[in-house]
Design a binder for this molecule. Structure first.
Ligand code: SF4
Length: 291
């Protein structure tokens, strides 16, 4: 497949803010990772300016092999969870006066609890160190369907539970071979059942060869699990070795997807070529404040 030329609407000028440099230096000094950096997110300048950052816990090697993802893959002998990581994230979040903190992770199928314990420790440390009005969003793996580990995380009291479906059902075997579409859907439903006042969130990429009908099915499936918040962004291949971009979706089509999603009941929908999971994540604070 010949490589597609990137259209003008994917040119991003948001990188290099002063705050980006400051935050990147601080992350180094605290020996912390952000998915903003490892996924080369085009929005990190803007997000850092808005007081939002997405910390990646449990290392930067993943036990899964999603063909769209730039993160290093490794099946065994991965580093043990860092005991310092939870307090370091809490201290840096306080130092940066972050208002909305997103905690994400690689998938650690090698750990007995899939990393749930580390999420609990991070949430607890943030609650101990930061202002009471700080909101916490956890973007978790599918925990291989172990709902007890999911409940462990939810009992720690995050404000938003996020789990990405990433793409449509038909493309799972090629794009997320070790994941399961229905398992990911049910995780979101289980979270809602466990805590009816919890905000749930999911997201997916477009431009991998999906059809509009498949997108509408995905939207309906997510709403069947009562998901509140949605992000839709353009897939960008990290390299020629990754799953190829099939199409660059026009901004007006993103707007149509947004309207279609709002019509079936999503409360917040971020849909656009440069949108990523945590883009404008702090907007959910408005809903949380009203609760
Ligand atoms: S599970 Fe997440 S981090 Fe791991 S390969 Fe897939 S997308 Fe990347």
């Amino acid at each position: 497949m010949t490589e597609l030329r990137k259209p003008y609407w994917l040119q991003s000028s948001k990188l290099g803010s002063r705050k980006t440099g400051e935050i990147t230096r601080k992350l180094r000094s605290y020996n912390l990772h952000t998915v903003c950096e490892s996924a080369r997110c085009p929005n990190r300048g803007e997000c850092f300016e808005r007081g939002t950052a997405t910390f990646m816990i449990l290392g930067d090697q993943c036990t899964r092999n999603c063909s769209f993802c730039a993160i290093e893959k490794k099946r065994e002998n991965l580093a043990a969870p860092s005991p310092e990581e939870p307090v370091m994230i809490a201290r840096l979040s306080r130092e940066l006066d972050l208002k909305h903190i997103v905690i994400t992770t690689v998938t650690r199928d090698d750990l007995e609890d899939g990393g749930a314990g580390q999420f609990v420790r991070v949430i607890e440390e943030i609650r101990n160190h930061c202002e009471p009005d700080v909101t916490i969003e956890v973007l978790i793996s599918d925990l291989q369907g172990r709902w007890n580990d999911l409940k462990k995380i939810l009992k720690a009291g995050p404000d938003i539970l996020n789990h990405n479906l990433e793409t449509v059902r038909r493309l799972y075997p090629e794009v997320r071979p070790l994941a399961d579409y229905d398992r990911s859907l049910h995780l979101l439903g289980e979270a809602r059942k466990f805590n009816p006042s919890l905000l749930t969130k999911s997201g997916f990429m477009v431009g991998l060869g999906e059809t509009c009908a498949e997108i509408n099915d995905l939207l309906t499936d997510l709403r069947s699990q009562d998901v509140d918040i949605l992000t839709i962004g353009q897939y960008l291949a990290p390299s020629k070795k990754h799953y190829p971009v099939a199409e660059y979706i026009r901004p007006d089509v993103f707007a149509e997807y947004r309207q279609a999603a709002l019509r079936i009941g999503f409360k917040i929908v971020e849909s656009g070529p440069l949108v990523r999971s945590s883009y404008h994540a702090e907007r959910a604070r408005k809903i949380l404040k009203r609760r």
